[in-house]
Write a protein of this length. Structure first.
Length: 653
């Protein structure tokens, strides 16, 4: 192992602002849309009278996602207004018709309102929409027709119906419906799928589609927006399917195959995808906005959730995003138009697809643009930059990650604390001791204890601070491993076998000690004689502590009361700032453990994934003072449960 040489860094107070934010196109475009459509019931095509169908349903789908990304109630209130204008006090939905799969997706918003409020009228509305499937027509293979009057399979219809049914099955407690969801998506892949992972837009039994002329009965080309509906469906359906659902792995394979197919046919010049997706170099083909946004959403979602590797796909997303925002053009009233859109039916030839007019500001494009740019701008930025060292507590390792990928590891049972030293060495706990490795991986310092050690720190005088847990001892150990100072903080009469007495701890410049008492659920400052001189109560189990330059104290609080959080206390013990799941999209905090400052960036938090089943939240989050997520590390190959982190500063630009 060769550790990077570090220079002494003095981190400022962690509320240092991050660099100036780029334009947030997702919010600007969504706000522009709401201003131009203040009554969501006007969202419908031309002279169409039915507004309880896919155009409005998809916009509500997008607004919900933006609300979750931003916590801005503007978007949730827009969804609520739409639902409340169409669901009466008894839960009736008089405008719903099961005539077409397009009409099912507004039920997705009804389920949201039921999840948030528990009001039975929303549940009854969802039940009404669900019953629309009971007598819905199917083809000979059991796959739903696009509508009762169009006996064909269209990708968009599968999305509209199955994204609703998947959420319904989970929210309403009908697991038997998951089998239908899997069946419908498997049928789509079987009938419309291609060897490159992409999908033809439609399929029809012979004689039921003028374009279905060959023996495969599928439409002739891969149309951008048509494929996009399948991309969004695969991106989100795993949020609902149980982990052990039969057929789930086949769908996951399809997602990964589609991502690879999209990567292979991305327009190298613009970063977008073309109207006919798999032929970017063919004459007359052009970049289409709605499908490109949907593909961006799929790829970033798949990266975020650990389905595909960030190292391979984040550059694809970054190029796509830059191309995508070029399609948002300011209009005369200060709002936005989206150019180069295409919302059409199935066509019979390549020429027919590329010769379609380039539409402006279609509803599908607005919904797709919002989710495609939003997930890049607001959601977890899982492309984790730079080099970090981390303690993998469950795996019993210290590891190095470069750009989010594990590149080195060393045995360290129950390791819970580490730091990079100015000379480039790595100092870390090893369950019942402390180890220091030099740049070649050789041991240059070792301390062994007969109890658990969860805290270590190199002091300015060259000695090492060690926190012995069960013994309740705060030690100063010389470079030769000899104890030269010992302070006991174990209360009289307390048990000496409590593995949770001390978690992380630090020696302060004034000679005092700042200690996180895990089971004691408090953070305490002790003087040089072991007397408590400052204390705050931290229900939920204190894990790590940091004393800021202004005298305030940051405490990471685990998960014992189901409220993992970061709290900041003033010298007089007042709570002056906190970060909880209520502040963040998708409630990503599971168990707050380690923390480190990053100059000019914010606070890097580790999110331990233990206690119960393996979680899907990010292992690490970089968050600024305004509670915005800068980037995160998702579930990653070679990583199980990160409990602390140390960053190579010059690599985190």
């Amino acid at each position: 192992m060769r550790l990077r040489i570090l220079f002494a860094i003095v981190f400022p107070l962690w509320f240092t602002s991050v660099s100036a934010a780029e334009r947030i196109y997702s919010e600007e475009v969504a706000t522009s849309f709401i201003i131009n459509h203040p009554d969501p019931d006007v969202i419908r095509w031309g002279k169409q009278t039915n507004h309880f169908t896919w155009q409005a349903g998809y916009i509500m789908f997008a607004m919900e996602k933006l609300w979750r990304m931003t916590n801005d109630s503007t978007y949730l209130n827009y969804v609520r207004r739409y639902v409340d204008q169409n669901v009466d006090a008894e839960g009736h939905v008089p405008v719903f018709s099961s005539r077409a799969l397009d009409n099912f997706i507004p039920g997705y918003a009804c389920l949201l309102l039921y999840e948030l409020t528990g009001e039975q009228r929303y549940a009854r509305a969802a039940e009404t929409i669900r019953r629309g499937f009971d007598d819905y027509p199917r083809n000979a293979q059991g796959i739903f027709y696009h509508s009762r009057t169009i006996p064909q399979l269209w990708v968009d219809g599968v999305f509209m119906g199955q994204i609703f049914l998947a959420r319904y099955a989970k929210t309403m407690g009908h697991p038997e419906d998951f089998e239908e969801v899997v069946k419908q998506i498997q049928g789509l892949i079987r009938l419309c799928g291609r060897p490159d992972g992409l999908l033809y837009h439609g399929w029809a039994e012979r004689g039921k589609g003028g374009w279905a002329k060959d023996e495969d009965h599928h439409s002739p080309e891969v149309w951008s927006e048509g494929l996009g509906w399948g991309a969004v469906l695969l991106a989100d359906v795993f949020d609902y399917l149980p982990a052990n659902q039969p057929g789930r792995e086949q769908l996951m394979d399809a997602l990964r195959h589609m991502c690879q197919g999209l990567k292979d046919c991305q327009d190298s010049r613009t970063g977008l995808w073309c109207q006919v997706v798999d032929k970017p170099d063919e004459a007359g083909n052009w970049n289409e906005t709605s499908g490109s946004a949907m593909f961006t959403y799929l790829l970033q979602t798949a990266i975020n959730k650990g389905y595909i590797p960030a190292a391979d796909y984040q550059p694809v997303v970054d190029r796509a995003y830059q191309g995508l925002v070029s399609k948002a053009v300011r209009n005369s009233d200060g709002g936005y138009n989206l150019i180069d859109c295409s919302s059409i039916g199935i066509k019979g030839s390549y020429q027919a697809y590329i010769s379609q007019p380039r539409e402006i500001s279609t509803y599908a494009a607005f919904g797709s643009f919002i989710i495609g740019t939003g997930i890049v701008e607001h959601h977890f930025r899982f492309h984790f930059p730079g080099t970090v060292y981390a303690t993998d507590y469950k795996q019993g390792k210290v590891i190095r990650l470069d750009g989010g990928q594990v590149t080195w590891q060393h045995d360290a049972p129950l390791s819970n604390d580490l730091s990079l030293l100015p000379n480039g060495h790595l100092l870390f706990t090893t369950g019942k001791g402390v180890l220091e490795l030099d740049g070649q991986g050789d041991t240059v310092f070792c301390y062994r204890s007969d109890c658990h050690v969860f805290a270590c720190q190199r002091l300015q005088n060259g000695n090492t601070f060690v926190g012995e847990c069960e013994k309740g001892r705060l030690l100063e150990v010389s470079p030769k491993g000899r104890i030269v100072r010992m302070v006991s903080i174990l209360p009289k009469g307390a048990s000496a076998d409590d593995m949770a007495f001390i978690r992380n701890a630090r020696r302060l410049p004034n000679g005092h000690y700042l200690v996180a008492h895990y089971r004691g659920e408090k953070a305490v400052e002790y003087d040089a004689r072991g007397r408590a001189v400052w204390s705050v109560s931290t229900p939920g189990c204190a894990h790590s502590v940091i004393r800021l330059e202004n005298g305030n104290t940051l405490v990471s609080i685990a998960d014992a009361n189901k409220n993992p959080r970061i709290e900041e206390y003033s010298p007089d013990g007042r709570l002056v700032w906190q970060l909880t799941n209520d502040d963040l999209p998708d409630r990503p905090l599971r168990f707050m453990s380690g923390m480190q400052y990053l100059e000019g960036r914010g606070l890097l938090l580790t999110n331990w994934q233990g206690h119960g089943n393996q979680a899907t939240q990010p292992h690490m989050l970089l968050i600024n003072r305004d509670k915005h997520i800068v980037c995160t590390l998702p579930m990653t190959k070679g990583v199980r449960t990160i409990s602390n982190v140390a960053v190579v500063p010059e690599t985190m630009k």
